[in-house]
Design a protein around this ligand. Sequence first.
Ligand SMILES: NC(=O)c1ccc[n+]([C@@H]2O[C@H](COP(=O)([O-])OP(=O)(O)OC[C@H]3O[C@@H](n4cnc5c(N)ncnc54)[C@H](OP(=O)(O)O)[C@@H]3O)[C@@H](O)[C@H]2O)c1
Length: 341
Amino acid sequence: MKQVVLASYAKGNPKASDFRVEDVGVPVAGEGELLLKTLYIAVDPLIRFSLDETVLSGTARMELGAPVIGPTVSQVVASNHADYEVGDFVEGRTGWAEYTLVAPDKSDYRGPPRKLDPALAPVSTALGALGGPGQTAYEGVVNVGRLNAGETIVISAAAGAVGSMAGQIAKALGGRAVGIAGGAAKCQGLLDLGFDAVADYKAPDFADQLKAALPEGADVYFENVGGEVTLQVLPLLKRGARMPMCGFIAYYGVGMEGPGPDHLPGFYRQIMAKGLEIKGFAGIFAGQKGLDDIAGWMKEGKITFAESFVDGIEAAPEAFASVFSGHSHLGKLLVRVAAEG
Ligand SMILES: NC(=O)c1ccc[n+]([C@@H]2O[C@H](COP(=O)([O-])OP(=O)(O)OC[C@H]3O[C@@H](n4cnc5c(N)ncnc54)[C@H](OP(=O)(O)O)[C@@H]3O)[C@@H](O)[C@H]2O)c1
């Protein structure tokens, strides 16, 4: 089988050459273990936090030469555990490998694999609309952003997995959703998903596009990016706006100091002058209530799941690097490793 291992710790934004594809033997399930066939790999930006040689406390560092760990959907092909049967679909954090072993009772930070119901929705959605990105979007819009019907939310990285869900959840709640994304095609994709207005941050007239999209300002800023995008958004926030701080992908490759202190004074001035409420959240997910609400909205046709695929595990390094360098995919980008069944 093939697996993708970490070849060198990332410097700046990750590159495909930070990884290596290897041929190894398929492992055999021992006592209490499952052998999983990987179907889908999610190339999540947060994996970047584990690729530094020196990592922040609380982040697990990946080992050189070991398979990259991240969110996957798999199918059980051998089970020595009473709770799982051959053929079950599961979602969990496993290695970027065509086959992988997990021990559901072994307590580590990953937890036991979550069993999936393929009748509810395609199992790949466990990595998108009905998984971490969906729950993150729900947490940010509903619990942290506290968006009310009639209010306006502006979302950065809106064409990504989290952002595309955040906008649709905002619409389902009766809000007005404005999305920021890179490129005209992605912006059109957001309008097709039901966003009310868009702004292309790669266009020379981004600032004007954003002002036109937010004629009365915004009540909530769903922050995924940081940097120049955020500096353009801040002046357009209303007094007392809420700012769920979900991510800051523009800074992931440049270390915790950011590109320099020059942006921060203006940023803090806006927080102070407008009494902005900024609240970070990580891993505090909306739980089953969030997933049930999203599944209900999907049934009512209020939310569609946006997913894009690239094929073969060898494509994982390039796909992951493209999350940071810009790609043309809408919604959750998944590596399709094997066919289901
Ligand atoms: N707090 C939490 O618990 C939590 C959980 C999951 C994710 N997150 C965070 O949420 C954010 C979105 O995650 P996701 O899963 O939706 O990712 P995703 O689907 O991979 O989308 C990421 C998108 O970010 C945009 N981007 C990348 N670099 C950028 C830059 N320098 N400036 C502006 N935009 C840039 C790109 O879209 P364009 O083509 O439009 O540039 C890219 O496709 C990330 O910051 C992630 O770390 C947080």
